[in-house]
Design a protein around this ligand. Structure first.
Ligand code: NAD
Length: 275
Protein backbone atom coordinates (compact mmCIF):
# COMPACT_ATOMS: atom_id res chain seq x y z
CA UNK A 1 0.00 0.00 0.00
CA UNK A 2 1.39 3.46 -0.84
CA UNK A 3 1.89 6.12 1.87
CA UNK A 4 -1.06 8.05 0.32
CA UNK A 5 -3.35 5.05 0.83
CA UNK A 6 -2.44 4.65 4.50
CA UNK A 7 -5.58 4.62 6.70
CA UNK A 8 -5.66 7.42 9.30
CA UNK A 9 -6.74 6.01 12.67
CA UNK A 10 -8.12 7.75 15.75
CA UNK A 11 -8.17 5.77 19.00
CA UNK A 12 -10.82 6.63 21.57
CA UNK A 13 -10.08 5.33 25.05
CA UNK A 14 -6.40 5.30 24.07
CA UNK A 15 -5.13 5.33 27.66
CA UNK A 16 -7.23 2.34 28.74
CA UNK A 17 -6.13 -1.29 28.95
CA UNK A 18 -7.40 -2.12 25.45
CA UNK A 19 -6.64 1.32 24.00
CA UNK A 20 -2.93 1.03 24.85
CA UNK A 21 -2.77 -2.32 23.03
CA UNK A 22 -4.48 -0.77 20.00
CA UNK A 23 -1.97 2.10 19.97
CA UNK A 24 0.90 -0.44 19.79
CA UNK A 25 -0.89 -2.57 17.17
CA UNK A 26 -1.71 0.39 14.88
CA UNK A 27 1.82 1.82 15.25
CA UNK A 28 3.24 -1.54 14.16
CA UNK A 29 0.73 -2.37 11.37
CA UNK A 30 1.30 -1.78 7.65
CA UNK A 31 -1.04 0.51 5.71
CA UNK A 32 -2.36 2.57 8.62
CA UNK A 33 -1.12 5.36 10.86
CA UNK A 34 -2.28 6.99 14.06
CA UNK A 35 -3.55 10.58 13.71
CA UNK A 36 -5.18 11.13 17.08
CA UNK A 37 -5.79 9.76 20.54
CA UNK A 38 -8.63 10.57 22.93
CA UNK A 39 -9.21 9.68 26.56
CA UNK A 40 -10.98 10.97 29.65
CA UNK A 41 -8.24 10.18 32.23
CA UNK A 42 -7.42 13.74 33.43
CA UNK A 43 -3.87 12.87 34.54
CA UNK A 44 -2.93 11.59 31.06
CA UNK A 45 -4.34 14.42 28.91
CA UNK A 46 -1.51 16.08 26.96
CA UNK A 47 0.87 13.14 27.38
CA UNK A 48 2.31 11.38 24.32
CA UNK A 49 0.12 8.35 23.56
CA UNK A 50 3.10 6.19 22.48
CA UNK A 51 4.86 6.84 25.79
CA UNK A 52 1.66 6.01 27.72
CA UNK A 53 1.20 2.81 25.67
CA UNK A 54 4.84 1.83 26.21
CA UNK A 55 5.95 1.79 22.56
CA UNK A 56 8.02 5.01 22.51
CA UNK A 57 7.17 8.57 21.49
CA UNK A 58 4.69 8.91 18.60
CA UNK A 59 4.32 12.72 18.80
CA UNK A 60 0.57 12.37 19.29
CA UNK A 61 -0.83 13.87 22.50
CA UNK A 62 -3.82 12.35 24.26
CA UNK A 63 -6.68 14.86 23.96
CA UNK A 64 -10.03 14.92 25.73
CA UNK A 65 -12.25 16.24 22.92
CA UNK A 66 -13.30 13.55 20.44
CA UNK A 67 -14.82 15.98 17.92
CA UNK A 68 -11.58 17.91 17.37
CA UNK A 69 -9.64 14.66 16.89
CA UNK A 70 -12.25 13.36 14.42
CA UNK A 71 -11.65 16.53 12.39
CA UNK A 72 -7.96 15.53 12.08
CA UNK A 73 -9.03 12.22 10.53
CA UNK A 74 -11.12 14.04 7.93
CA UNK A 75 -8.14 16.13 6.74
CA UNK A 76 -6.31 13.10 5.34
CA UNK A 77 -6.45 11.85 1.72
CA UNK A 78 -8.05 8.58 2.84
CA UNK A 79 -11.24 8.36 4.93
CA UNK A 80 -10.38 7.79 8.58
CA UNK A 81 -11.29 5.09 11.11
CA UNK A 82 -12.12 5.57 14.79
CA UNK A 83 -11.37 2.64 17.09
CA UNK A 84 -13.44 2.83 20.29
CA UNK A 85 -12.57 0.99 23.51
CA UNK A 86 -14.14 3.33 26.08
CA UNK A 87 -17.13 2.72 28.34
CA UNK A 88 -20.69 1.45 27.79
CA UNK A 89 -22.01 4.89 28.89
CA UNK A 90 -20.37 6.92 26.11
CA UNK A 91 -19.94 4.54 23.20
CA UNK A 92 -23.27 5.22 21.46
CA UNK A 93 -22.61 8.97 21.24
CA UNK A 94 -18.99 8.34 20.15
CA UNK A 95 -20.12 6.16 17.25
CA UNK A 96 -22.78 8.66 16.16
CA UNK A 97 -20.16 11.46 16.21
CA UNK A 98 -17.70 9.42 14.13
CA UNK A 99 -20.34 8.59 11.51
CA UNK A 100 -21.46 12.23 11.43
CA UNK A 101 -17.86 13.22 10.59
CA UNK A 102 -17.55 10.47 7.94
CA UNK A 103 -15.04 8.59 10.10
CA UNK A 104 -15.67 4.84 10.14
CA UNK A 105 -16.10 3.33 13.60
CA UNK A 106 -14.52 0.05 14.72
CA UNK A 107 -16.09 -0.59 18.10
CA UNK A 108 -14.88 -3.00 20.76
CA UNK A 109 -16.67 -1.32 23.66
CA UNK A 110 -19.43 -3.60 24.93
CA UNK A 111 -22.76 -2.72 26.51
CA UNK A 112 -24.62 -1.32 23.47
CA UNK A 113 -28.28 -2.42 23.56
CA UNK A 114 -29.85 -4.16 20.52
CA UNK A 115 -31.93 -0.98 19.96
CA UNK A 116 -28.78 1.19 19.96
CA UNK A 117 -27.04 -1.18 17.53
CA UNK A 118 -29.97 -1.12 15.10
CA UNK A 119 -30.21 2.67 15.42
CA UNK A 120 -26.48 3.00 14.63
CA UNK A 121 -26.91 0.59 11.70
CA UNK A 122 -29.66 2.81 10.27
CA UNK A 123 -27.51 5.94 10.81
CA UNK A 124 -24.48 4.31 9.12
CA UNK A 125 -26.58 3.15 6.17
CA UNK A 126 -28.08 6.61 5.71
CA UNK A 127 -24.56 8.11 5.71
CA UNK A 128 -23.18 5.29 3.50
CA UNK A 129 -20.44 4.85 6.10
CA UNK A 130 -18.99 1.47 7.04
CA UNK A 131 -18.91 0.50 10.74
CA UNK A 132 -17.93 -2.62 12.64
CA UNK A 133 -19.10 -3.49 16.15
CA UNK A 134 -17.50 -6.63 17.59
CA UNK A 135 -18.14 -7.68 21.18
CA UNK A 136 -15.04 -9.86 20.85
CA UNK A 137 -12.07 -9.45 18.51
CA UNK A 138 -10.44 -12.77 19.39
CA UNK A 139 -10.43 -15.55 16.77
CA UNK A 140 -10.65 -18.20 19.52
CA UNK A 141 -13.99 -16.81 20.70
CA UNK A 142 -15.35 -16.76 17.15
CA UNK A 143 -14.38 -20.44 16.79
CA UNK A 144 -16.03 -21.23 20.14
CA UNK A 145 -19.23 -19.52 18.99
CA UNK A 146 -19.23 -21.47 15.69
CA UNK A 147 -18.75 -24.73 17.63
CA UNK A 148 -21.58 -23.74 19.99
CA UNK A 149 -23.92 -23.22 17.02
CA UNK A 150 -23.05 -26.72 15.79
CA UNK A 151 -23.62 -28.27 19.23
CA UNK A 152 -26.95 -26.44 19.63
CA UNK A 153 -28.37 -28.56 16.80
CA UNK A 154 -27.97 -31.65 19.01
CA UNK A 155 -28.40 -30.37 22.60
CA UNK A 156 -31.54 -28.78 24.08
CA UNK A 157 -29.89 -27.78 27.35
CA UNK A 158 -27.24 -25.04 27.52
CA UNK A 159 -25.90 -22.49 30.00
CA UNK A 160 -23.21 -19.81 29.52
CA UNK A 161 -20.70 -18.79 32.17
CA UNK A 162 -18.55 -15.73 31.51
CA UNK A 163 -15.71 -14.75 33.83
CA UNK A 164 -13.95 -11.34 33.78
CA UNK A 165 -11.71 -9.05 35.84
CA UNK A 166 -13.63 -6.99 38.39
CA UNK A 167 -13.06 -3.65 36.59
CA UNK A 168 -15.58 -4.68 33.92
CA UNK A 169 -18.62 -2.38 34.02
CA UNK A 170 -21.28 -4.34 32.10
CA UNK A 171 -22.82 -7.76 32.71
CA UNK A 172 -23.40 -10.16 31.15
CA UNK A 173 -20.46 -9.64 28.79
CA UNK A 174 -21.07 -8.58 25.20
CA UNK A 175 -19.50 -11.86 24.13
CA UNK A 176 -21.97 -13.88 26.22
CA UNK A 177 -24.89 -11.90 24.79
CA UNK A 178 -23.60 -12.43 21.23
CA UNK A 179 -23.10 -16.16 21.90
CA UNK A 180 -26.71 -16.42 23.13
CA UNK A 181 -27.91 -14.53 20.03
CA UNK A 182 -26.06 -17.04 17.84
CA UNK A 183 -27.62 -19.97 19.73
CA UNK A 184 -31.03 -18.30 19.23
CA UNK A 185 -30.46 -18.58 15.46
CA UNK A 186 -30.46 -22.38 15.87
CA UNK A 187 -33.43 -22.88 18.25
CA UNK A 188 -36.00 -20.55 19.74
CA UNK A 189 -36.30 -22.41 23.07
CA UNK A 190 -33.72 -24.16 25.27
CA UNK A 191 -33.71 -25.83 28.66
CA UNK A 192 -37.26 -27.31 28.78
CA UNK A 193 -38.36 -27.22 32.43
CA UNK A 194 -37.88 -30.44 34.39
CA UNK A 195 -39.17 -29.18 37.76
CA UNK A 196 -40.68 -25.98 39.12
CA UNK A 197 -37.60 -24.06 40.27
CA UNK A 198 -37.43 -21.61 43.17
CA UNK A 199 -34.47 -19.36 44.03
CA UNK A 200 -33.54 -19.15 47.72
CA UNK A 201 -31.39 -16.13 46.79
CA UNK A 202 -32.58 -13.92 43.86
CA UNK A 203 -30.34 -14.40 40.83
CA UNK A 204 -29.05 -17.81 41.90
CA UNK A 205 -29.95 -19.26 38.48
CA UNK A 206 -28.38 -16.33 36.62
CA UNK A 207 -29.99 -14.16 33.95
CA UNK A 208 -32.21 -15.62 31.24
CA UNK A 209 -32.78 -14.73 27.58
CA UNK A 210 -36.12 -14.93 25.74
CA UNK A 211 -34.94 -18.33 24.46
CA UNK A 212 -34.44 -19.50 28.07
CA UNK A 213 -30.64 -19.53 27.88
CA UNK A 214 -29.13 -19.01 31.35
CA UNK A 215 -26.09 -16.72 31.71
CA UNK A 216 -23.84 -16.40 34.75
CA UNK A 217 -21.30 -13.59 35.25
CA UNK A 218 -18.25 -14.01 37.51
CA UNK A 219 -16.14 -10.92 38.42
CA UNK A 220 -12.82 -11.43 40.22
CA UNK A 221 -9.39 -9.80 40.27
CA UNK A 222 -6.97 -12.21 38.66
CA UNK A 223 -9.30 -13.01 35.76
CA UNK A 224 -8.99 -11.38 32.32
CA UNK A 225 -11.73 -12.62 29.90
CA UNK A 226 -13.03 -16.18 29.85
CA UNK A 227 -16.17 -17.96 28.67
CA UNK A 228 -17.65 -21.42 29.00
CA UNK A 229 -20.64 -22.79 27.13
CA UNK A 230 -21.96 -25.98 28.73
CA UNK A 231 -24.29 -28.28 26.83
CA UNK A 232 -25.98 -31.13 28.67
CA UNK A 233 -28.06 -34.16 27.79
CA UNK A 234 -28.69 -37.36 29.78
CA UNK A 235 -25.31 -38.89 30.66
CA UNK A 236 -23.05 -36.26 29.04
CA UNK A 237 -21.74 -32.69 29.29
CA UNK A 238 -20.06 -30.99 26.34
CA UNK A 239 -17.99 -27.99 27.49
CA UNK A 240 -16.57 -25.29 25.24
CA UNK A 241 -14.14 -22.94 26.95
CA UNK A 242 -12.06 -19.96 25.82
CA UNK A 243 -9.45 -18.17 27.95
CA UNK A 244 -7.82 -14.85 27.12
CA UNK A 245 -4.46 -14.57 28.87
CA UNK A 246 -3.20 -11.41 27.10
CA UNK A 247 -5.01 -8.48 25.45
CA UNK A 248 -2.64 -8.84 22.49
CA UNK A 249 -4.95 -11.71 21.43
CA UNK A 250 -7.56 -9.17 20.32
CA UNK A 251 -5.19 -7.15 18.10
CA UNK A 252 -5.15 -9.20 14.85
CA UNK A 253 -8.96 -8.88 14.85
CA UNK A 254 -8.83 -5.12 15.49
CA UNK A 255 -6.25 -4.53 12.73
CA UNK A 256 -8.30 -6.66 10.32
CA UNK A 257 -11.44 -4.66 11.19
CA UNK A 258 -9.63 -1.33 10.55
CA UNK A 259 -8.76 -2.58 7.04
CA UNK A 260 -12.18 -4.16 6.32
CA UNK A 261 -14.30 -1.24 7.53
CA UNK A 262 -12.88 0.94 4.76
CA UNK A 263 -14.53 -1.41 2.22
CA UNK A 264 -17.98 -1.28 3.88
CA UNK A 265 -20.96 1.04 3.37
CA UNK A 266 -23.08 -0.35 6.22
CA UNK A 267 -22.67 -1.52 9.82
CA UNK A 268 -21.48 -5.09 10.46
CA UNK A 269 -22.03 -6.61 13.91
CA UNK A 270 -19.64 -9.44 14.83
CA UNK A 271 -16.08 -10.24 13.75
CA UNK A 272 -17.28 -13.53 12.23
CA UNK A 273 -19.00 -11.51 9.48
CA UNK A 274 -15.74 -10.01 8.17
CA UNK A 275 -13.43 -13.04 8.41
P1 NAD B 1 -10.46 0.59 30.61
O1 NAD B 1 -11.31 1.14 31.72
O2 NAD B 1 -9.09 0.08 30.94
O3 NAD B 1 -10.27 1.70 29.45
C1 NAD B 1 -11.29 2.55 29.01
C2 NAD B 1 -10.65 3.91 28.74
O4 NAD B 1 -11.63 4.72 28.11
C3 NAD B 1 -10.19 4.64 30.01
O5 NAD B 1 -8.86 5.11 29.86
C4 NAD B 1 -11.20 5.80 30.17
O6 NAD B 1 -10.60 6.97 30.71
C5 NAD B 1 -11.61 6.02 28.72
N1 NAD B 1 -12.96 6.56 28.54
C6 NAD B 1 -14.11 6.25 29.20
N2 NAD B 1 -15.13 6.91 28.68
C7 NAD B 1 -14.65 7.69 27.68
C8 NAD B 1 -15.23 8.57 26.75
N3 NAD B 1 -16.55 8.83 26.75
N4 NAD B 1 -14.42 9.16 25.84
C9 NAD B 1 -13.09 8.91 25.81
N5 NAD B 1 -12.48 8.06 26.66
C10 NAD B 1 -13.26 7.46 27.58
O7 NAD B 1 -11.34 -0.54 29.91
P2 NAD B 1 -10.84 -1.68 28.89
O8 NAD B 1 -10.54 -2.92 29.64
O9 NAD B 1 -9.83 -1.13 27.96
O10 NAD B 1 -12.21 -1.98 28.10
C11 NAD B 1 -12.88 -0.97 27.37
C12 NAD B 1 -14.13 -1.58 26.73
O11 NAD B 1 -13.74 -2.60 25.80
C13 NAD B 1 -15.09 -2.27 27.71
O12 NAD B 1 -16.42 -2.03 27.29
C14 NAD B 1 -14.76 -3.74 27.55
O13 NAD B 1 -15.82 -4.60 27.88
C15 NAD B 1 -14.44 -3.80 26.08
N6 NAD B 1 -13.60 -4.92 25.63
C16 NAD B 1 -13.90 -5.42 24.40
C17 NAD B 1 -13.11 -6.41 23.86
C18 NAD B 1 -13.43 -6.91 22.47
O14 NAD B 1 -12.73 -7.81 21.96
N7 NAD B 1 -14.44 -6.33 21.81
C19 NAD B 1 -12.02 -6.92 24.57
C20 NAD B 1 -11.75 -6.39 25.83
C21 NAD B 1 -12.54 -5.37 26.34
Amino acid sequence: MSAEASIPVVINGAAGKMGREVVKAVAAAEGMHLVGAVDRSPELIGQDVGVVAGCGELEIPILSDLQSVLVLATQEPVQGVMVDFTHPKGVYENVRSAIAYGVRPVVGTTGLTPEQISDLAAFAEKASTGAIIAPNFSIGVILLQQAAMQAAKYFDHVEIIELHHNQKADAPSGTAIKTAEMLAEIKNQYNPAQVKETEQLPGARGSCTAENIRMHSVRLPGLLAHQEVLFGSPGQIYTLRHDTSDRASFMPGVVLAIRKVTELKTLVYGLENIL
